[in-house]
Design a protein around this ligand. Structure first.
Ligand code: FES
Length: 285
């Protein structure tokens, strides 16, 4: 029997999310991203003719317009998630810094939406801890080797820091943004929304499956370490071609690989994502 999850109830199938006079996405579009079943089958139709390109409407905007990443409060998490009262508010760096101060690791994360795409923003005290010994509960971003499902070597995550081609991805502002669709069967992994060892506020170095603060996919328990950056590859669901990307490492569970990064800027304090690598977000319909 299939069991369905959704991020948030839909008061109307066609209710639009309009911010600053700009239509970002309607509820039906978002639910198409968000419905999942325990069997891993996307319960709603694919995006079809809507397509990713038409959803990625974000453009740089100093006023924090539709490039802004906004909090998305999953259904039922209004009273438990630290950002429970911030649904659809623009994400700011200062809000993450304040929440990180409440954490034993100095990390903070939150679900968000950017031009209709589900994302997770993760704050890591990288600048404070980088250059010191990598010990328990002193998190920083790390870079490692990526391997595909067959074990073939794909590439090194640190190239993202060195290659000017990817300059907009280089670690900055102690944060990353992850395109939050699980490469297993396309559910939406969350940040500390369910309590278990993988979501506890702990950190161990090395990108292992130990320690908490993983992005955890509730559907079949895939885990991702948001502090370990690797280069890997995935398949474009529409045309079948393989593409390489930089993203966070899969540490356990049935997913084949990790999830890709989304570049961003902090503009007037507001976190604004950039549509540079649209092809990286095509592994789900
Ligand atoms: S969809 Fe199966 S583990 Fe995420």
């Amino acid at each position: 029997m299939s069991r369905k999850f959704k991020l948030r109830p839909s008061p109307s199938e066609i209710e639009e999310i309009t911010i600053g006079g700009t239509r970002m996405i309607d509820r039906r579009d978002f639910i198409r991203h968000s419905f999942n079943s325990a069997a891993g089958v996307i319960a709603a139709a694919s995006l079809g003719s809507i397509g990713f390109a038409s959803l990625l409407m974000g453009t740089a905007d100093s006023a924090g317009g539709d490039a802004a990443v906004r909090f998305w409060v999953p259904s039922g998490a209004e009273d438990t998630a630290w950002y429970g009262n911030l649904h659809l508010e623009p994400m700011t760096k200062s809000v993450f810094e304040a929440e990180a101060a409440n954490s034993s690791t100095g990390m903070a994360g939150a679900a968000g939406v950017w031009s209709g795409l589900p994302v997770t923003v993760i704050y890591v005290p990288h600048e404070e801890n980088d250059g010191t010994a990598a010990v328990e509960n002193k998190p920083r971003f790390q870079f490692g080797d990526g391997y595909d499902q067959s074990g073939a070597y794909i590439g090194y995550g640190g190239d993202m820091q060195e290659d000017a081609t990817y300059a907009d991805l280089a670690i900055h502002n102690n944060m990353i943004i992850v395109f939050s669709r699980c490469p297993h069967l396309c559910c939406i992994p969350g940040w500390q929304l369910v309590p278990n060892d993988f979501t506890a506020d702990t950190w161990y170095p090395g990108g292992t499956d130990s320690g908490g603060n993983k992005l955890f996919c509730i559907c079949h328990s895939s885990r991702y370490d948001p502090t370990m950056i690797e280069k890997n590859q995935n398949r474009n669901r529409t045309n079948g071609t393989m593409f390489e990307y930089f993203g966070i490492k899969l540490t356990g569970g049935p997913a084949p690989v990790g999830m890709p990064l989304i570049p961003f800027e902090v503009n007037g304090g507001v976190i604004e994502a950039l549509p540079t690598y649209i092809d990286w977000y095509t592994f789900c319909d």
